[in-house]
Write a protein that binds this ligand. Structure first.
Ligand code: ADP
Ligand code: 2DT
Length: 213
C-alpha cells in the first residue's frame, strides 16, 4: 500500500491573532490523536535568505520593496523540496504564515497590486486548508504592545488586514476558512482541530496541488 500523504495546513491572520499559539497546540493535538505533524513558519529566518529578511524586519538593513517581496517568496521556494518530502512521508505540516502573508503585507505598501504580489508564489505546494484567524485590531491591541520590528504599527496592520480580506474574496481556488479568533484559546483550538482533521482525511488520497494554478 502506498503511504498516505500529509496535509499542508496554513494559519494566517494579523499580528497577535493567535497563529503561533494555535499552530503549536494543533501539532500537539494531532500527534496525540496518532498523526505525524510538524510546525514550520515563514519567514524561516535560519537560511541565508531568511537572515537577509530578518535583518530587514529588525531594521538593521533596508531593502527595496520589490526585492524584499521576492526574497520572502524565495524563502518559501527554498523550503519546497523539504516540504514535499515530508508531506509524501505522511507528515502533516502546520504552517505559521505562507504566501498569503506575503501578498497581504507587500500589497499594503503603495503601488503594489494583489496580482503582482501573487505571481512569485504561483506553483508553490497548495495548502489543503488555510485558516484565517480573524480578529479586530482593537482586540489584537489588548493582547500586547507592538514590537519594534518593521510593519508593527496600527496604520500598516489596518492596511494588511484589508488586503487579507480582499485576497480571501478573490481566491476561490484555495480552501479558506475564517476562524473567529476573538474567542478563548481553547474554543479556537477546538474548531481548528476539527477543520484540520477533515482536511487531513480529504488530502490523503489527493496529489499535492499547485498554488494559484
Ligand atoms: P500571532 O502568532 O498571531 O502573532 P500569538 O499566538 O503569538 O499570535 O499570540 C499573541 C498573544 O496573544 C500571546 O500573548 C498569546 O498568549 C495571546 N493569545 C493568543 N490567542 C489568544 C486568545 N484566543 N485569547 C486571548 N489571548 C490570546
Ligand atoms: P513574524 O516572524 O513575527 O511572523 O513576522 N511577512 C511574512 C511578509 O512581509 N511577507 C511574507 O511573505 C511573510 C511570510 C509578516 C514576520 C513579518 O514578516 C511579514 C510579519
Amino acid at each position: 500500500m502506498t503511504c498516505r500523504r500529509g496535509a499542508l495546513i496554513v494559519l494566517e491572520g494579523v499580528d497577535r491573532a493567535g497563529k503561533t499559539t494555535q499552530c503549536k497546540m494543533l501539532v500537539q493535538a494531532l500527534e496525540q490523536s496518532g498523526h505525524q505533524a510538524e510546525m514550520i513558519r515563514f519567514p524561516d529566518r535560519t537560511t541565508k535568505i531568511g537572515q537577509l529578511i530578518s535583518s530587514y524586519l529588525e531594521k538593521r538593513s533596508n531593502l527595496e520593496d520589490h526585492t524584499v517581496h521576492l526574497l520572502f517568496s524565495a524563502n518559501r521556494w527554498e523550503l519546497v523540496p523539504l516540504m514535499k518530502q515530508k508531506l509524501e512521508q505522511g507528515i502533516n505540516l502546520v504552517v505559521d504564515r505562507y504566501a498569503f502573508s506575503g501578498v497581504a503585507f507587500t500589497s499594503a505598501k503603495p503601488g503594489f497590486s494583489l496580482d503582482w504580489c501573487m505571481h512569485p508564489d504561483v506553483g508553490l505546494p497548495k495548502p489543503d486548508l488555510v485558516m484565517y484567524l480573524q480578529l479586530s485590531l482593537n482586540v489584537a491591541s489588548k493582547r500586547g504592545e507592538f514590537g519594534a520590528e518593521r510593519y508593527e504599527t496600527s496604520v500598516f496592520q489596518r492596511a494588511v488586514q484589508k488586503r487579507f480580506e480582499q485576497l480571501k474574496e478573490k481566491d476561490p481556488l484555495v480552501n479558506w476558512k475564517v476562524i473567529d479568533a476573538a474567542r478563548s484559546i481553547e474554543e479556537v483550538h477546538r474548531e481548528i482541530k476539527i477543520l484540520s482533521e477533515k482536511a487531513i482525511s480529504a488530502a490523503e488520497n489527493q496529489p499535492i496541488g499547485e498554488l494559484w494554478k
